[in-house]
Design a protein around this ligand. Sequence first.
Ligand SMILES: [Zn+2]
Ligand SMILES: [Zn+2]
Length: 313
Amino acid sequence: MPYSTCTEPRSPSGQQWDYLAITQFIFFHLGCLFVFSAGISWVAVSTCLIFYCLRIFAIGGGYHRYFAHRSFKTSRVFQFVLAFLGTLAYQKGPLWWTAIHRYHHLHADTEDDIHSPVRDGFWWSHCGWIFSLRNRETNEKMVANFKQYSELRLLDNFYPLPPLILAASLYLLGVMLERFIPDLHTSGVQMLIWGFFISTALVHHAVYSVNSIAHSFGSRRFDTPDKSRNNILVALLTFGEGWHNNHHHYQRSARQGFYWWEIDITHYVLKCLSYLGVIWDLQAPSERVYQVAPFHKTVDQALPLSASEELMP
Ligand SMILES: [Zn+2]
Ligand SMILES: [Zn+2]
């Protein structure tokens, strides 16, 4: 059912459930439990961390800051690279993710918000909303500016393929390592569990925490109309996405930690990529944002663009 014409409720009550999404969620978490039989090794844990970091950056820097907010520009090739890496996180395709997120900004913490902890509770905002059938399809109207890119549409339609290829590759790598470098004490199953299942579950909950924790706990520098918060724990786990009150105030910025002490690893990586010429035109907070920031003035005095102007193509 097209999102824009769906009249089912957004809140937990009266939902039609997406049993495919529920099954996938349970499958990922049950898969992690196999760690007790697969065991542990340095190479497996390192692989888990590498794919955590890579995919957290792909979601934060790619899906969020590039696709949802156009906070920098890049070539069509690197746009595809960002989309592909984001798809490896198994959070559906770039167009679906972008549409959901743009809708969140337009209706944050109102009754139309898809995942508001204020209105519908912590766990609904964390992961419950994913199980709602009404959130399954891509809202085409929200991603009209990416319509012409057939390669993005392809990724959206076949989003399970890249992560499944990653899972199979990690398993094969583990089998090879076990055979040719037995001193590493790993195996195909161990690399699959650590590199894919545990790493993916960690990425999911880190990203979910932006919607749940960063709309519930933390400080508010800006008096935004929503309940967004700056939360350092979420910022560290998500490489900068936890400066969520900053972000809701000035969504277009490629930098979400507005000050040097607000650690924003995604921004540091984006800066490096801009020095290499891979991306360019990184958006930064305007002077007006800094002028009003320490004084907690009202949002109307600081917003350079309306939410709809910023978000819609
Ligand atoms: Zn938010
Ligand atoms: Zn956003």
